[in-house]
Structures are given as structure tokens and as C-alpha cells.
Design a protein. Structure first.
Lengths: 130, 291
């Protein structure tokens, strides 16, 4: 089909996920969720904590990310992230652990506004998952 | 000449040493494969990261407002050197090569009148450097407990470096590590990570017009700290592959040397055994003749 593009999710240790034939991807970009379709303009942005959703013909994958960089170019979507997992594999208590950790961090008063914003975002996302 | 018993003991001891070095070689070979695989798997990440940074720094309009991690602090006075070595010995010239490279660099820095600060990663480097540079070493990090190089560890080092940079404790940061070429060759490398050397940006600027969201400066500000950790992680991966490769060839040599030694000692042992028999025979014969 012509309405498809390729996605690569890379973490520092390996190629985490790679697939062709993607019809749509929704990524939590820093300034809001961003849906990407084929022939999107070349773009670079970075991610805030959230859910990446990938739609292919007969498949829908969801990933949780905490940070990362997105690059879209020539119908190649590359996502670089150091913290990602597939929601299918995620255990309830792991999510709870992450939430606890994030809440602890949020109580730290010495962090700057930007990281505060990111942490609150993270808590929100994790809460919605639990 | 050593007695027969002594020779026997020596042969035995060399043989058991040979067994150990042989086992270490096998272990290193297995670990090397794994380390090499993870080094290869980690390559796409750092390459992509590099590409994006190249694209971004091309697009940056105003170099003066560029993040300090890219443009530098404006000074060139205090140099931070991160020397990455292994935690274990018996790996040939692996550690000494890095240290030699680092020491040459230190000597050059002090000749130019720069201030020097050192962070050692890995205990072997610390052992070798603390005699001459104990007052310069500001931190020693060791990942003895981690089974293999992981990003989490690299990130810790990266964060520490960035904290120190933001506190203006240094101006230029260089990392030292061994680049893995093949099992017998590892090349000690000095790589400057702060400020970042943006090279060969000429190739791919014309047609790439990216949209940035938010703007370039902000993305770069977010990306550069990550790049530090990525570079360190890359160095760690290269280092662990190099360490295993170096250990493997060192142990291979040791096993071969032990084999040669066993051969030599066995010949000597047999010779003295024959000499003893001949001596006994002569004694018997001359005893019989004198009757």
C-alpha cells in the first residue's frame, strides 16, 4: 500500500522495534501529542513521558516512553529513547513502582520548572495506566 | 642441575597455569562475542543521535546563543579527562595503552599551562594514575557489580559530568577509551565531548529542511546532555569489547608460552633421567670390572 511508512524505535542497547507498513503513529511530542501519517514534513522533536501508539493494518502497538527524540524524514520515523517498554509486557506492579518513584521525585523541591512539568506529566500518564 | 623431582614439580605447575590461561581465553572469547554483539547493536543509536545533532547544529541560526555544551564555556583553561579502563587485570596492554595515551595528553596540557582534572572509570586506571596524579583525580567510578556495560551506568557518569560542567568546574572534557578494531588491535582514543566537535557537516545540509518543534535551541539543549551519556555508553561498549579481545589474545599467548615451557622442561627432565640411568650403569659396570 502506498499510505504506509517505516518506523524504527532505537534504545541505546539495541534496535528495540522496527516495522514497515505503518499507517499512523501517535507520539507524545513535547508540545502535545502528534499524529504522523505518510509524507509528513521532515521534523525533529523531542518527547515527554507518554504513550506511543502505532497503527498498522492489522495491528496496534502501544509503548510507554519517558523521554526521547523523534525524527521523521523520507517516510522513515526514527525514535531514539532510553526508557521504553511495550505496554503489553508491562506488569501492574512495575507501573506502580515507576509511579511511586515519580511521585517521590515530584516532592523534591530543588528541581527546575521544566523537570517538574515533565514529572507531573509522567505521573499523570502512569496514573491513567494503572 | 635441578633434581628430577624438582623438574617434575615445575612441569606440573606450568601445566596447571596453562590450564588456567586456557580457560580464561575461552571465557574471554565467549564474552567477547557478546560484547561485540552489544557494541554493534548499540551503534544505530549513537549514529542517529550524531546525525540529528549535525542537522540541528547546521540549522542553528545564531551560534552565540547556542547551548554551552555545543559552543563551550568560552574558556579553555580547565580540562576534565575521563579515563575509562577495566576493573580487572590480566588483559595484556589494554589498560596500559589507555593510560599511556592519557599521560601523554596530560603532559601536553601541563606544558600548555592548563589545569587538569581527572575522573577515572574502572579501578585499574585509578590504580595506575593515583601515584602520579593523586591530587588531580576528583572522582573514581567503578562498575564492578554490573555484569556488562549498560546505559544506566553510562547515564550516571554522563549526569555527573554535566553537573560539573554546569557548576563551571571545567571547560573542556575529553574521554579516553580503547576502540575495538579486531581481536589483536585496539586503538586507544581520545575524544572530546565538551564542547562537541561538529565535523563533516558539509555533506548533508542543502536539501534537509527540517521542521523543529520546539525550536532548534531547545531541542539541542535537551539533546546534548543525552548525547554525552550516549558517547560515554559507546565508549563503554567499545571498551568492554576491547578488554575481552585484549584478554583473549593475551591469554592465547600465555597458553602458548606455557606449552613451550612444558616442552622444554620435559626434554630437560628426560635428559636428566637418562643421564641418571647412564650414571648408574657406568657405576655398575666399573664396579664389576674392578672385581
Amino acid at each position: 500500500m502506498s499510505e504506509e511508512f517505516k518506523i524504527e524505535i532505537i534504545d541505546p542497547e539495541k534496535l528495540f522495534f522496527s516495522k514497515e507498513g505503518i499507517t499512523e503513529a501517535v507520539v507524545p511530542a513535547y508540545e502535545g501529542e502528534m499524529g504522523i501519517l505518510k509524507d509528513h514534513i521532515s521534523i525533529i522533536s523531542f518527547l515527554k513521558p507518554g504513550i506511543i501508539t502505532i497503527y498498522a493494518e492489522s495491528l496496534e502497538e502501544k509503548f510507554y516512553v519517558e523521554d526521547g527524540i523523534v525524527e521523521f524524514k523520507d517516510n522513515n520515523l526514527s525514535i531514539l529513547t532510553s526508557s521504553i517498554f511495550n505496554l503489553k509486557d508491562a506488569k501492574k506492579d512495575k507501573l506502580q513502582d515507576l509511579l511511586n518513584l515519580a511521585e517521590e521525585e515530584a516532592n523534591n523541591t530543588e528541581i527546575n520548572d521544566q523537570s517538574k512539568y515533565l514529572i507531573n506529566q509522567k505521573i499523570e500518564v502512569l496514573k491513567s495506566l494503572n | 642441575m635441578a633434581s628430577l623431582d624438582d623438574l617434575k614439580k615445575r612441569i606440573l605447575s606450568v601445566k596447571s597455569t596453562q590450564k588456567i590461561t586456557k580457560a580464561m581465553k575461552m571465557v574471554a572469547a565467549a564474552k567477547l562475542r557478546r560484547a561485540q554483539e552489544s557494541a554493534e547493536r548499540g551503534r544505530p543509536y549513537s549514529e542517529k543521535m550524531n546525525n540529528i545533532i549535525l542537522n540541528l547544529s547546521d540549522g542553528i541560526s545564531n551560534k552565540e546563543n547556542a547551548p554551552k555544551l555545543l559552543s563551550g564555556s568560552g574558556n579553555d583553561k580547565v580540562h576534565l579527562c575521563v579515563v575509562m579502563t577495566s576493573d580487572r587485570g590480566l588483559c595484556g596492554g589494554f589498560n596500559s595503552n589507555i593510560i599511556k595515551k592519557a599521560k601523554n595528553y596530560f603532559a601536553k596540557l601541563s606544558k600548555d599551562g592548563k589545569d587538569l582534572k581527572i575522573i577515572t572509570v574502572g579501578s585499574k586506571g585509578n590504580d595506575q594514575l593515583k601515584r602520579a596524579y593523586s591530587d588531580k583525580i576528583i572522582a573514581n567510578i567503578s562498575f564492578k557489580d554490573s555484569k556488562h556495560a549498560n546505559y544506566f551506568d553510562a547515564n550516571k557518569v554522563g549526569k555527573m559530568i554535566i553537573e560539573k560542567f554546569e557548576a563551571e568546574e571545567f571547560d573542556v572534557c575529553t574521554i579516553f577509551y580503547n576502540q575495538f578494531k579486531n581481536v589483536i588491535t585496539q586503538i586507544p582514543q581520545a575524544q572530546q565531548i565538551i564542547p562537541l566537535n561538529v565535523e563533516n557537516s558539509k555533506e548533508n545540509n542543502a536539501e534537509d529542511s527540517y521542521e523543529f518543534e520546539p525550536d532548534e535551541d531547545e531541542i539541542l539543549g535537551n539533546l546534548l546532555p543525552k548525547n554525552i551519556s550516549t558517547q560515554i555508553f559507546k565508549a563503554m561498549l567499545e571498551n568492554s569489547a576491547s578488554e575481552q579481545g585484549s584478554r583473549m589474545s593475551a591469554m592465547d599467548n600465555a597458553t602458548r608460552n606455557a606449552g613451550e615451557m612444558v616442552d622444554k622442561l620435559t626434554i630437560e627432565y628426560n635428559r636428566s633421567r637418562q643421564a641418571a640411568i647412564t650414571k648408574e650403569l657406568i657405576e655398575i659396570i666399573s664396579g664389576a670390572e674392578s672385581l
